[in-house]
Design a protein around this ligand. Sequence first.
Ligand code: F6R
Length: 245
Amino acid sequence: MGMRVIRAKDYKDMSRKAANIISAQILMKPDCVLGLATGSTPIGTYDQLVEWYNKGDLDFQYVRSFNLDEYVGLSRTSDQSYYFFMHEHLFDRVNIEEENTHVLSGMERNGEKECREYDEKILSMGGIDLQLLGLGHDGHIGFNEPGAAFEKGTHCVTLKEATVKANSRFFGSPEAVPKQAYTMGIKSIMQARKIVIVVSGADKADIAEQAFMGPVVPEVPASILQLHNDVVVIGDEAALAKCSF
Ligand code: F6R
């Protein structure tokens, strides 16, 4: 199957189309394992899923989830933690069981242990059925920055200067931004049976072109997705403006 591209009219349309695929996954396999992302792009997707849940069309009772990444040093109660984000945008709004949701613990100082156990847990649940991703401006997926090795599972990364700066918009100052994160690696992401990547806005047009039309290189981590056998790119007009699929 390889890479399929779905062109959406706008952000709302992109969100609905992404939610549609996630919803189909849940309907086909009620106890599916979802890989989830934070960031601004999937917020509309989560809103759409919540809407369908509220209508009674979607049931998260048996759904299990693993998040892509988490900042090191942030507790779950910090409103900048990805744990907090997931509860705010999805988990607290649907009937997913808390014990079925997994977010790496940023307070675990033994990173190696935390990451190894995370990979083991994913494996013990049969692997990820559907991984949702966003696309970073430099081509990152998860916190896998340009140059990241393709063969890594979950691991600890030191954030690039530019990422710290970009994230400081949420933290007030660059000093307040954690400098490290735990993230699923490219290998973990590529092991998902299905991948859905959502991309929105004109500011993503250049990197979308590089990631989806350019050569597969570690300098553009998302380019590896071209080699996955079931990936769906869902982008709005603005984000896919430079892609001539
Ligand atoms: C989020 C994540 C990141 C984001 C990426 C795009 O869990 O791992 O890779 O998907 O930074 O972020 P937005 O959607 O805010 O542009």
